[in-house]
Design a protein around this ligand. Structure first.
Ligand code: NAP
Length: 359
């Protein structure tokens, strides 16, 4: 708004607070431009637009981050189609996670400083050149981890660590079945189960190429569930002993076959329904072999149990810095190519983590 516009506004009475703060913030800080590009969902089920949006001043506990990379998650796609468990009000910027550099800190911020390299989880906001987050939701990226690798950690590795360590109590030597195994979360699960927890992973995926990748990334065996009978294959692979831990991201018949394949006192963790069908679990199956079925909704831990959430993030960063885990980046798209990135994921064309390059 030009100065003449401002005086016209003032002559009409009090200015609403958001406009006033924006007007006061118009003086640029070094590195903070007045506008930044962001992916915007204005209407569900239509392609996203890239728009220039005005910056706003940060609050005392907030941090402005210059986004370098942000992860694409299945949840972003579902949210933009109105099919996710959370529905942000329109318009919104999708994106749950980012890796970037601190541009500006609020007056109360003590955890990071300008120039620090950070990752963050911040529901629906990160697919943009800038993102404002509460200081609590930032973790410093240790030396030796690139921005790209760091962007692949929060959601996938956070979920994998939570599901395998905290929920399923996976023990060394146990058999872990991972479905959608060559996907972003799938490969993270294989990495954590094999290399941190010393479990034996059986990967299940929708093509021979995806099975091959899962084997290259640490699975001991793989089953292509688009061919043959998953339950029979799992019986053969475990010598009839069954699976100790199932982490299922697909749902429907795949989930049922996995549940039927659990061993005595096996644990199933449901993390998603990428196939679209939600299984109604026959509870007799739980009783017969004393098995447990549970769920994981990773981002909800931010609200319900932040210390567990934060511990998963710091573990992921530590495992990565130590070289015990290696995120697999399967595709890098530019911010402007966000609709192509979404399409690749929904068409099952991607393997590993897909990230958006924002620079
Ligand atoms: N609960 C949580 O906190 C949490 C956290 C992260 C992810 N998730 C869930 O985990 C799943 C995987 O997410 P992601 O971000 O890692 O995505 P992703 O694995 O990159 O993509 C989804 C995979 O699901 C499989 N799939 C099966 N049926 C499909 C269908 N009809 N359409 C598309 N894909 C299908 C595909 O593998 P195949 O071709 O091998 O079948 C595909 O590669 C999603 O359901 C997501 O919501 C949940």
């Amino acid at each position: 708004m030009a100065a003449s516009g401002l005086s016209r506004c003032l002559s009409r009475g009090p200015i609403p607070t958001p406009i006033l703060s924006w007007l006061l913030y118009r003086k640029d800080k070094p590195g903070c431009s007045r506008y930044y590009r962001a992916a915007i969902c204005r209407k569900l089920k239509v392609p996203l637009a890239i728009e220039e949006v005005p910056t706003r001043p940060i609050q005392p506990d907030e941090v402005r981050v210059d986004v370098h990379f942000c992860g694409v998650n299945f949840a972003d796609i579902l949210t933009c189609q109105g099919q996710y468990q959370e529905s942000p009000s329109l318009p919104f910027t999708p994106g749950l996670e980012l890796a970037g550099q601190v541009l500006e800190i609020g007056t109360n911020v003590s955890t990071v400083k300008e120039g620090d390299r950070v990752i963050s989880v911040n529901n629906f906001s990160t697919m943009a050149e800038q993102c404002i987050v509460d200081q609590k939701k930032l973790w410093k990226i240790p030396d030796g981890i690139s921005y790209q690798e760091a962007a692949a950690l929060p959601v996938c590795y956070g979920t994998a660590i939570l599901a395998l360590e905290q929920r399923a109590w996976t023990q060394p030597g146990e058999t872990v079945l991972v479905t959608a195994a060559a996907g972003a979360t799938g490969l993270a699960l294989i990495d954590v189960a094999s290399n941190i927890l010393q479990a034996k992973v059986i990967a299940a995926a929708g093509s021979d190429e995806k099975c091959k990748l899962a084997l290259q990334r640490g699975a001991k065996a793989a089953v292509n569930y688009s061919q043959g009978n998953l339950k029979e294959e799992l019986k053969k692979l475990t010598g009839g002993q069954g699976i100790n831990v199932v982490i299922d991201a697909v749902g429907g018949d795949v989930c049922l076959a996995a549940l039927c394949s659990l061993a005595w006192e096996g644990r199933m963790v449901v993390i998603g329904f990428a196939g679209g069908a939600i299984l109604s679990i026959p509870s007799n199956l739980l009783l017969l072999k004393n098995v447990s079925a549970m769920g994981v909704y990773w981002t909800r831990y931010q609200k319900e149990n932040f210390s567990v959430f934060s511990r998963c993030m710091t573990s992921a960063l530590r495992y990565c810095q130590e070289g015990s885990i290696r995120p697999y980046i399967g595709g890098v798209f530019k911010l402007e190519e966000i609709n192509d990135a979404f399409e690749h994921v929904t068409q099952r064309k991607t393997t590993g983590k897909v990230i958006l390059s924002v620079k």
